[in-house]
Design a protein around this ligand. Structure first.
Ligand SMILES: *Cc1c(COP(=O)(O)O)cnc(C)c1O
Length: 436
């Protein structure tokens, strides 16, 4: 079985599960902070570098607070995400509002908070102006999202840019800067997001090159000097044990080299570099902890856990791989082939299909059942959950930075599990309380 890391031994986990029954998510604060510092160190070659953490990846204010303390901002795609970031102490231009198909009310809210508004379409320039008539008018700083279409290859999750609904075409974005300038906007930024979960460093460097070249063209054709470019999110993580993590230094060095080549001679230096990484910031440092509750032997062998696709939908949605370990059985042979499944009435509610695993005990056989841990669930995990089939989503725990040495130290609950009352809370029916 692979060496993929989990911060607690089985005994510590047993103890924790007495207090917080499975399933739950747990995040490792110390590992997140160390990772953030590695990112900051690598990108310190760009003096004003900032990552706006993509809130959708892990929308919990406790975690956002940890990131805010390290100087990260937030990339928000909706009003509630802006509120979450604000709750964590992020303010004004530390907030990037990268929404699409945005309602007027959300533009007004973002403007009021002083967030950097990132427009997704040419038609939104007029729409934004109208939306802000009674909300302070056009902001001083505006960003626009570029969709390179056929000029850039996409990847498996986000698809080909040509088929993606996001952003401005090249000619539109050039006209966009001119129009914004006419409307009194003073400061400008450029954004793109062309891939998701991409591990190739050259791919990300090419994205930076594409934006740098466009920044130069914008200057030449419209006279607008950009304040910063935002390279978006999309840095991948090694979900599979044989994959290798992106080396931040190599990436930053490659971007710097391209910057020196294109931006330095153009007169645009210093141009700010921003990113919107979510997955690579917290993904590897969060786990979904479940227990095996049933075992089934039909045409295939199944292990059913106490969570389901409503808690972690990536495997069901994209066939995504999440590595599984069974605490206490790390050294046992992978003698079984299981489908690891949840309880949803959907046959794609499978966390793993035909996976080699050690023999697993289920609670239904007597005893409490083995723990089944899903790795790399710290981003786009709990946050993608839903309530289909009346499934109540699990809670979230934080292993605090102080607790590593003893392995039994402080774990706090940062979101409780959902209850039936939560499920019924939006039903406006007299007497509904008595069913809770
Ligand atoms: C999803 C998303 C991100 C974050 O992507 P990661 O893969 O988590 O890094 C950043 N920006 C935008 C616009 C997104 O849609």
């Amino acid at each position: 079985m692979s060496e993929k890391y989990f911060p607690l031994e089985r005994s510590a986990l047993e103890k924790l599960a007495e207090k917080y029954p499975t399933p739950f998510y747990i995040y490792d604060e110390k590992a997140i902070i160390e990772n953030v510092r590695r990112i900051k160190t690598a990108f310190s070659v760009f003096p004003s570098y900032k990552n706006y953490f993509a809130v959708k990846a892990l929308p919990n204010p406790y975690v956002l607070k940890i990131l805010a303390a390290e100087g990260f901002g937030a990339d928000c795609s909706s009003y509630p995400e802006l509120l979450l970031a604000e709750m964590a102490g992020m303010k004004g231009e530390e907030l990037m509002f990268s929404s699409n198909e945005t309602p007027a009310s959300e533009y007004a809210a973002a403007r009021k908070m002083g967030a950097v508004i990132n427009l997704d379409d040419f038609s939104h320039i007029e729409f934004l102006e109208k939306s802000l008539i009674n909300a302070g008018g056009m902001p001083e700083l505006i960003s626009m999202r570029y969709n390179p279409g056929p000029l850039k290859e996409g990847n498996a999750i986000i698809g080909r840019p040509e088929e993606a609904k996001y952003g401005f075409m090249r000619e539109q974005i050039l006209r966009g800067y001119s129009l914004l300038k006419e409307k009194g906007v003073k400061r400008f930024a450029l954004h793109t997001m062309v891939a998701s979960n991409e591990l190739s460093i050259p791919y990300h460097i090419e994205t930076a090159r594409m934006l740098f070249e466009l920044a130069v063209e914008i200057k030449e054709k419209t006279g607008v000097c950009l304040e910063f470019v935002n390279l978006g999110g999309g840095v991948g993580i090694p979900y599979e044990p044989e994959q290798t993590a992106v080396d931040y230094h190599t990436l930053a060095f490659g971007i710097q080299k391209t910057y020196n080549e294109i931006i330095k001679p153009s007169g645009l230096d210093p141009l700010g570099i921003r990113t919107e990484w979510g997955r690579t910031v917290t993904g590897p440092y969060g786990w979904l902890v479940t227990r095996a509750i049933h075992k089934k032997d039909i045409y295939r062998k199944y292990i059913a856990v106490d969570a389901c696709m409503a808690d972690l939908m990536r495997p069901g949605l994209y066939g995504a791989y999440h590595h599984i370990t069974i605490p206490g059985r790390e050294n046992e042979p992978l003698s079984e082939i299981y489908d690891v499944v949840g309880s949803l009435c959907e046959n794609n509610d499978k966390f793993a299909v035909q996976r080699n695993l050690p023999e697993i005990d289920a609670a239904s056989q007597g005893g409490s059942g083995d723990f089944v841990i899903f790795h790399d669930a710290g981003a786009h995990g709990r946050s993608m959950g839903f309530n289909y089939n009346g499934k109540l989503r699990c809670g979230e725990l934080l292993l605090r930075a102080d607790s590593h040495a003893s392995q039994n130290g402080s774990v706090i609950q940062i979101r409780r599990p959902e209850t039936v009352e939560d499920y019924f809370a939006t039903l406006d029916i007299p007497g509904v309380e008595k069913f809770c």
